[in-house]
Design a protein around this ligand. Structure first.
Ligand code: ASN
Length: 365
């Protein structure tokens, strides 16, 4: 019985795959769906890979490989996208976002800056895996200085799955990126009818299509049937934008994960590996064992920048509660989870900001 359910699934997945391949791979590589309506906004789609571009793999019933279909192919398979915008699509990478790296980040920034400077576009959609989407969104929000909407989108089911969520998510991302009311809202993440801001969004479930949440702030809006429903007016104030070095990599920042029965070894290993900064994924309010805190204090004395965050997943990490941050020369990440705190610390160190007080100011007070 189970066997026949799986083979039915395989047949349906094969039909889906054939659909995507037939429509997707026949699509031109750059112009995804060309509309000649000059009144429509121009949206640049940059493909990076992810499950949204995933294809079923025969190794198991639910197995797939990320990043197999191009962004142009994904767009071509969705009817009526050309009624929303004049769309062009380019492929920056074809990877699962577990492999996301500085090079792809630098390439995205370069392409978006060029398109903005040349006034080529009114919006950007980035197709991306969900595993590290929040990190890429947060990175871009800290380096790009533009009012145009930059929207990251992905899916939890591959493009060949029964009930694939990618097409609906991509269509919604296109609605968001092409809408004038999305301007001035920074970098956004769209999945499952919800619009999140780059600072607060987090992946919270390993497999559910309703995985993205903004636990410390709530979403910034919803993609409703007829309208985009933003909960607040667009912000005019912009955060600081950090400079990028001419080429990757960014300075090495490691995350040390705190746990019961912890000693100094993980912190010492990070220092030995040459980390210029360490983010503590602390227990509770960013705490750790005496051994780990002493090792962090020794690292800070040697010039390693130390930021305390939390493994908990929501809430703020506060200064000087159970750890003497002032005395030990630490900063705290406030609402930023360890993976986002790591991105910011890479940028701070790259910009020469290493003094604990200046580092704390960058995270917030
Ligand atoms: N749902 C996904 O996109 C997961 C995939 N591993 C990725 O991040 O590329």
């Amino acid at each position: 019985m189970i066997h026949s359910v799986q083979s039915n699934r395989s047949v349906l997945a094969a039909i889906g795959l054939a659909f995507v391949l037939t429509i997707g791979l026949l699509a031109p590589p750059v112009a995804a769906q060309q509309s000649s309506d000059a009144a429509l906004p121009r949206v640049l789609v940059l493909g990076t890979g992810g499950t949204i571009a995933g294809q079923a793999n025969a190794r198991a019933g639910n197995a797939y490989d990320s990043g197999k279909v191009t962004a142009a192919g994904l767009i071509a398979a969705i009817p009526d996208m050309d009624k929303l915008a004049r769309i062009s699509a380019e492929q920056i990478s074809s990877i699962g976002s577990q492999d996301m790296n500085d090079k792809v980040w630098f390439d995205l920034v370069k392409r978006i800056r060029a398109a903005v400077d040349n006034k080529e576009i009114d919006g950007v959609v980035i197709t991306h895996g969900t595993d590290t989407m929040e990190e890429t969104a947060f990175f871009l929000s800290n380096v790009l200085d533009t009012d145009i909407p930059i929207v990251l989108v992905g899916s939890m089911r591959p493009s060949t799955a029964v009930g694939a969520d990618g097409p609906a998510n991509l269509y919604e991302a296109m609605r968001v990126a092409s809408a004038p009311e999305s301007r001035g809202r920074g970098v956004l993440v769209v999945l499952n009818d919800i619009i999140h801001g780059a600072r607060f969004v987090q992946k919270t479930n390993t497999t559910s299509v309703d995985t993205f949440r903004s636990p410390n702030a709530g979403p910034v809006g919803y993609v409703d049937t007829g309208s985009l429903r933003y909960l607040e007016p667009a912000a005019t104030a912009k955060g600081p934008k950090y400079k990028l070095p001419d080429a990757p990599p960014l300075p090495r920042v490691d995350i040390v994960y705190s746990h019961a029965n912890m000693d100094a070894a993980e912190v010492e290993d990070a220092v030995k590996r040459g980390a210029k900064g360490i983010v503590l994924a602390g227990v509770g309010d960013g705490n750790s064992s005496k051994g780990a805190i002493d090792a962090l204090a020794a690292a800070a004395k040697q010039g390693v920048v130390v930021v305390r965050s939390s493994r908990v997943g929501s809430g703020y990490v506060n200064r000087n509660v159970e750890v003497e941050d002032d005395k030990l020369g630490f900063a705290v990440a406030l609402d930023l989870n360890p993976q986002k705190a790591r991105v910011l610390l890479e940028l701070l160190i790259a910009n020469g900001i290493t003094d604990p007080k200046a580092v704390q100011q960058a995270y917030g007070q």
